[in-house]
Design a binder for this molecule. Structure first.
Ligand SMILES: [Zn+2]
Length: 212
């Protein structure tokens, strides 16, 4: 049995992963559909599966890929600020504007080629090629322009959030929740959060950094 660090009891403690799996339901509804074909109207049903979660299961669910991406790209996010204080960028990235410009061409090429092809214009196929080409050139600009030191720094900075996420997901499987105090805790550490705090990425970053 596991003891809650707040109330020192065991009776209201449950593993977080089992709360989430026990509080997630898949329900299948039959939705009526109507279709018309050849002057006749047909009635039928299609089944639709919906995933529903209890309020608590939702709060205690792991962050998604998208949530982690925000931590990574949010330049002003605390984690990046703290990291950059310890590992300052070795001078600005060379030819950064050129690299961004190349990315933009790639991004714009997709809808433009779609429009051309929709209008039966074969030029759309060539425009579509700009996308993979821009990805390649973008990488080339970065590799050629920057020093080994810069590239190493860049790689490590990119790796930071990936590592934190992996750490946090490993520890997630060892989290417990006390229903009495609404507290999430990691045994043997000082990690202690309320369930509503788990909606904040800061709680997950802290989990990744907690030593256990
Ligand atoms: Zn408790």
């Amino acid at each position: 049995m596991t003891t809650c660090p707040k109330c020192n009891s065991q009776d209201a403690v449950q593993k977080v992963t089992s709360i989430v799996s026990g509080g997630t339901f898949q329900t299948t509804h039959n939705v009526p559909v109507k279709s018309q074909w050849g002057g006749h109207t047909f009635y039928g049903t299609v089944s639709e599966t919906v995933t529903e979660k209890t309020e608590l299961a939702r709060k205690l669910s792991k962050p998604t890929e998208k949530d982690w991406k925000k931590v990574k790209t949010g330049e002003k996010s605390l984690i990046m600020q703290n990291y950059l204080k310890l590992h300052p960028e070795p001078g600005p990235e060379k030819n950064y504007t050129l690299r961004v410009f190349t990315s933009l061409i790639g991004i714009v090429s997709l809808p433009v080629s779609g429009l051309l092809l929709a209008g039966n214009n074969q030029l759309g196929l060539y425009v579509l090629l700009l996308f993979p080409i821009s990805l390649f050139i973008r990488k080339l600009i970065f590799e050629i322009s920057n020093s080994q030191e810069y590239k190493q720094w860049y790689k490590e900075t990119q790796q930071l959030v990936t590592d934190l996420r992996r750490e946090s997901e490993t520890k997630y499987n060892m989290l417990y929740y006390c229903h009495r105090d609404d507290t999430v805790f990691l045994l043997g550490t000082d990690y202690c959060m309320s369930a509503s705090d788990m909606g904040n990425m800061g709680a997950w970053i802290k989990l990744g950094r907690t030593n256990s």
